[in-house]
Design a protein around this ligand. Structure first.
Ligand code: AMP
Length: 413
């Protein structure tokens, strides 16, 4: 049985998962109990002249690419429905009982998946102040989906929700409390859906109740964040009020002395918008090593490019610092878990990140670490006190599972 199916409810219900960005719509039709994706797709370049659709049916190993015209999110849903009608699977036969929506920012208001109604939409809209690039697009997707699927419940699943269990000491910034409260300045954390799924899947892999485990989950993708998970609850995470804080990422700097911004404003004349672009879009491994994609950076480092080597060193040095910090917060570490594009695939990042941690009971097995696989696996040595795992993340499946739990909760025994 797959990790997906193992954690799914016992029903043959189908859920449509929607991840709506400002210019794209990603969707998956999922049967959580079977751990099966019936279809997955992507409508890109919404609002532009040259839209594009990709619709995939994994069971048939089939993929369809088409040029489409998509002026807005409503049109994107019509394109999606057209793809199901033309290529299958039939939405009459596999009618979703609910639609689950990824919503980036749930603020301090949403700490669990929530049935969408008028008030919830007002709140998501209002939280756009904290996530201006994401929440408006998420809301546009919800409203367009409500038109396309008016008969079924819609559920919002927030990236921030899993981290709402952090204590005030972890989420408060040391600035004026009244100012922070007025403008809702605090750490919210992101990638919560992934951290929730991966920490549970890691416990399943180990055959131990998640309630017993203290884990450090490292979600290393284009965006990257670390999370300290104690007993299945997030107690600390590296992303902050926005996804800019914490680890070094593809194009984001992660942690930086805030006074660097004052300095660059005063001395280099950079405006607020330019500084925003610098730290969010032109920094990270791109800024340091000239490549935003970890594969390209690793190739350059292999070829002897000194900037690329430094970028890899900074990237993994930062991860190691967070492991140390979170070990101290947790008091004990049972497992370190790598996930997402870089975490699942880059042996060198995993090796360098854990280098020198032998004294803390972290022993990597070099062969296991180098082995390539799509499955959850152990990469620590047999005599490692801390389990080191690679667990592929699956945010869409987690959204489907949480959505189902809201609309069809399991009976109380
Ligand atoms: P994600 O945001 O989870 O899709 O992860 C994207 C990142 O994963 C990019 O930086 C990719 O370069 C990286 N990635 C994907 N495959 C590999 C690989 N085989 N080796 C190293 N990095 C990879």
């Amino acid at each position: 049985m797959s990790a997906r199916a193992a954690s799914a409810p016992d029903t043959d219900a189908v859920v449509l998962v929607v991840n709506s960005g400002s210019s794209s719509l990603k969707y998956q039709l999922i049967e959580p109990a079977a751990g099966r994706t019936l279809a997955a797709g992507l409508v890109e370049r919404i609002g532009m002249e040259d839209g594009h659709l990709q619709h995939r049916i994994p069971a048939d190993d089939a993929s369809f690419d088409e040029a489409v015209v998509v002026p807005d999110h409503e049109a994107a849903f019509r394109v999606m429905l057209g793809a199901f009608a033309a290529h299958g699977p039939s939405l009459d036969e596999h009618a979703p009982i609910a639609v689950g929506h990824r919503v980036v920012q749930g603020g301090a208001r949403f700490f669990e998946p929530t049935l969408v109604d008028r008030l919830v939409k007002i709140n998501i809209d209002e939280l756009s102040a904290l996530a201006p690039l994401h929440n408006p697009a998420n809301l546009a997707g919800i409203e367009a989906a409500e038109h396309a699927f008016p008969e079924v419940p819609h559920v919002a699943v927030f990236d921030t929700a899993f981290h709402q269990t952090m204590p005030p000491a972890a989420y408060s910034y040391a600035i004026d409390r009244a100012l922070a409260a007025k403008h809702r300045v605090r750490r919210y954390g992101f990638h919560g859906t992934s951290h929730a799924y991966v920490s549970r899947a890691a416990a399943e892999f180990l055959g131990r109740p998640v309630e017993e485990l203290r884990q450090i989950v490292l979600h290393l993708g284009n965006g990257a964040s670390a999370c300290a998970v104690s007993g299945g609850r997030s107690v600390e995470t590296s992303m902050g009020m926005t996804p800019l804080e914490g680890l070094v990422m593809g194009t984001r700097s992660g942690d930086i002395d805030p006074a660097v911004l004052f300095h660059l404003h005063r001395r280099a004349g950079l405006s607020v918008d330019e500084l925003d672009r610098l730290l969010n879009s032109e920094s990270g491994i791109l800024g340091l090593g000239g490549h935003r994609d970890m594969r390209d950076l690793t190739h350059a480092a292999d070829a002897g490019d000194a900037d690329a080597v430094l970028a890899l060193e900074v990237y993994t040095h930062r991860i190691r610092s967070y492991i140390g910090a979170y070990a101290a917060q947790l008091g004990r570490v049972d497992a370190i878990v790598f996930t997402a594009g870089v975490g699942e695939n880059s042996a060198i990042v995993r090796e360098w990140s854990l280098a020198g941690l032998e004294g803390f009971g972290v022993l990597l097995d070099a062969d296991r670490n180098r082995e390539r696989s799509q499955a959850a696996r152990r990469i620590s040595a047999d005599d490692s006190r801390v389990e080191v795992l690679v667990v592929p993340t699956d945010e869409e499946f987690e959204i489907a599972r949480q959505t189902l739990a809201v609309v069809a909760p399991p009976p109380v025994e």
